[in-house]
Design a protein around this ligand. Structure first.
Ligand code: C5P
Length: 236
């Protein structure tokens, strides 16, 4: 069952802070301007899972960007724990064994709202990096074949750059989620992101959720920055 997404639900604020305290202060400043937060390696390994549990218990949605990949049994049990914690989104690498195990873990928790996202090929990889890692396929082919595997295994969505969203949508169909980082409001600094698009362009490219970090977390007024991105989403 999927409820319709409001523009605010489409915005996911990346909490890439070094501590839970820092993240809590930012969440306070953003207030009701956002209702979905992403926790990745940095905060996840520094108190972020306890924060995720608190947020989920208070009705705020949490995306755990933990990019899991291990033997099936470990992935299954890990995902089970994260589903019990109340998270709404979780990333795993798009290896078939890993994705099947993740589904088993999630499906074993009755009533879990957790939706699984696959990472196809990390966007820091180009064809040469894949060759060095032992793959014969190039990035575009591997993204497409892993997206197809994710679809066939019943994964709920894909994380990808907005520039890949149309190709991924063609593979996974209309019902699965596409979540895209690399978003910059017009005129914002791109930081270390090489390929950035505006919130409106990402929505038009077919993204369901946008992950936005520094344009909000480093803004003088994070609440106003979040509100302005939500209005841009609403207009698109
Ligand atoms: O601060 P910024 O908006 O660039 O943050 C983007 C977030 O999305 C970070 O948490 C980053 O790890 C994540 N991400 C990304 N690019 C990818 C995959 C994930 O920026 N290709």
């Amino acid at each position: 069952m999927t409820e319709p997404l409001t523009p605010r639900d489409r915005l996911i604020v990346a909490l890439d802070m070094a501590s839970r305290d820092e993240a809590e202060r930012l969440i306070d400043r953003i207030g009701d301007a956002a209702a979905f937060y992403k926790i990745g390696y940095r905060l996840g390994y520094a108190g972020g899972l306890a924060l995720a549990e608190r947020l989920a218990a208070s009705g705020v949605k949490v995306f755990l960007d933990l990019k899991l990949h291990d033997i099936g049994n470990s992935v299954e049990e890990g995902v089970q724990s994260l589903a019990r914690l109340g998270a709404h989104l979780l990333t795993v690498h798009a290896y078939p064994q890993t994705m099947r195990a993740a589904r088993r873990g999630r499906d074993s928790v009755p009533g879990s709202a957790l939706r699984l996202l696959a990472v196809t090929v990390l966007t820091s990889y180009d064809d040469a990096d894949l060759r060095e890692a032992g793959y014969a396929a190039g990035v575009a082919d591997l993204v497409a074949s892993r997206a197809a595997a994710a679809r066939d295994i019943g994964i709920d969505g894909i994380v990808c750059a907005a520039t890949e969203a149309a190709a991924v949508r063609a593979v996974i169909g209309p019902d699965r989620l596409i979540v895209t980082p690399g978003i910059r409001p017009a005129g914002a600094a791109s930081g270390d992101q090489k390929r950035v698009v505006t919130p409106a362009a990402a929505i038009r490219a077919g993204a369901d959720h946008l992950v936005v970090g520094r344009p909000i977390t480093e803004a003088a007024d994070p609440r106003a920055a979040a509100r302005s991105i939500v209005s841009e989403i609403a207009e698109a």
